[in-house]
Design a protein around this ligand. Structure first.
Ligand code: HEM
Length: 408
């Protein structure tokens, strides 16, 4: 239990941390990886380079600090992060390492401002926050190993099929190498894939949404090949998966995780809006709606791609749309090819915008699910908010570390 004095000290120092937030977390990672390079087996090196994880951690720490006397207010955010941590294999023994280096970084960056009292207050606050995460994650580890076909940590899966879905997206069909039972999942959830790539010093872990419905006897992930542009290198993991991993190979997976799932009870129309490879959780949701009794009157499947060459699974969605009168699908191409223009197999040029959404979707009383690159999510989220869609009707999943669109 934190004293009133500690709570006041923490709250009073939040603005100082806000000012130095990124500097502190940047320093923190530098110190932590210097002393514990083994943690580079867990953290995403690409996010480190882009500084995105720094921002995510800074925001989470500040949100927790602001609510230190009522952590239950940020429980939804804790659960969301805990899903990611559980999927990555973050364990209770990792927390003191993070705590120690976070405190050292605060001391380093704040210099004289970091009084003994402030450091003591943050030590206690971190312990409280860490315990909240550890407890939530403990429940998740227990649940994932308890469910039929579930497991803890990483399990070996065999690639039983590898299918090219577009110029840039390839699907991998995966079955347990031990031929054991396969845990079910909620459409919209993801798995972590852990890879040892020849020539790379550390293992790489990436999350991929499951792109087919549950109950098929396999898991499917559909991976976009990240080609380097503007001097940026190619994505190490996606290139390895596309070029080196073949049918018959083994991949290590952790059990499905994630909060981006459909409300099964709702009877409102559902609007699935995706950009690029963001269609993967949407296809899982769509296939699941098509496979089971569906209490939604209408499903809108709205997808934005660059053009037909990068547009994955288009024949599949077109077939489902033709077969099911509850399903309407729409496509928007930002850069249609001349051939796309002449055959007209898409609905809109350019990007998704509010007038177009309003011409498709009958009103705001729907459940909206969004997945795609951050700029697209931002645009669509703002459009929906401007239209008057309630925040609790908009669910989204970003690529990379999560961002809080509602508070932007
Ligand atoms: C991801 C916060 C402790 C490892 C994240 C994210 C946040 C966060 C906000 C981004 C979530 C998302 O992308 O959806 C925190 C807080 C912690 C904490 C507030 C302490 C109270 C830890 C510990 C470890 C860890 C102890 C393990 C050493 C990771 C990793 C990621 C992550 C590997 C994935 C992002 C990446 O690889 O760049 N954490 N975390 N975290 N966290 Fe934590």
């Amino acid at each position: 239990m934190l004293s009133q004095q500690t709570i006041e000290t923490i709250k009073a120092t939040v603005p100082v941390l806000q000012e130095h937030g990124e500097e502190i977390t940047g320093r923190f990672y530098k110190l932590m990886f210097a002393n514990h390079p083994e943690l580079l087996n867990i953290f995403n090196h690409a996010n480190q380079h882009k500084g995105r994880q720094q921002a995510a951690l800074a925001q989470a720490v500040l949100a927790a600090a602001q609510n230190i006397d009522k952590l239950e207010a940020i429980l939804p955010a804790v659960i969301q992060i805990a899903h990611k941590h559980r999927s990555l294999g973050v364990l209770p023994e990792h927390y003191p390492i993070v705590g120690k280096h976070l405190l050292l970084a605060i001391q380093d960056v704040l210099g004289e401002l970091a009084s003994k009292e402030i450091i003591q207050a943050w030590t206690e606050a971190y312990e409280t926050i860490a315990q909240a995460f550890i407890q939530v994650e403990k429940g998740m580890y227990e649940e994932s190993s308890r469910q039929p076909g579930g497991w803890e940590g990483f399990r070996e899966f065999k690639v039983i099929r590898k299918i090219k879905e577009s110029e840039v997206i390839t699907s991998f069909y995966l079955q347990p190498a031990d031929n054991g039972e396969l845990a079910s999942f909620e459409p919209g959830q993801y798995v972590s894939v852990k890879l040892e790539i020849p020539g790379q010093q550390y293992t790489h872990i990436r999350q991929y949404s499951l792109s087919d419905k549950p109950g098929t006897g396999y898991y499917r992930i559909s991976v976009k090949r990240e080609d380097g542009i503007d001097g940026k290198p190619d994505g190490v993991v996606s290139h390895y998966l596309h070029h080196s991993v073949q049918e018959g190979d083994i991949l290590a997976l952790s059990a499905p995780a994630g909060h981006f799932t459909m409300d099964r009870q709702s009877e409102r129309p559902i609007v699935l809006i995706s950009g690029g490879v963001g269609l993967t959780p949407m296809i899982s949701m769509l296939n699941s709606l098509a496979a089971s009794p569906n209490n939604r009157p209408t499903t809108f499947f709205i997808h934005a791609a660059r053009n037909s060459s990068t547009h994955a699974m288009k024949e599949h969605v077109a077939r489902l749309t033709a077969e099911n009168d509850w399903l309407r699908s729409y496509v928007c191409y930002s850069r249609p090819t001349a051939e796309d223009r002449s055959n007209g197999l898409y609905d809109k040029d350019g990007n998704i915008d509010l007038p177009w959404l309003q011409s498709i979707v009958p009103g705001t009383d729907c459940d909206f699910y969004l997945c795609g690159p951050v700029p697209m999510l931002r645009t669509v989220y703002r459009a929906l908010a401007e239209w008057g869609v309630a925040a609790d009707r908009i669910h989204y999943e970003c690529f990379g570390p999560d961002i809080a669109l509602a508070s932007e």
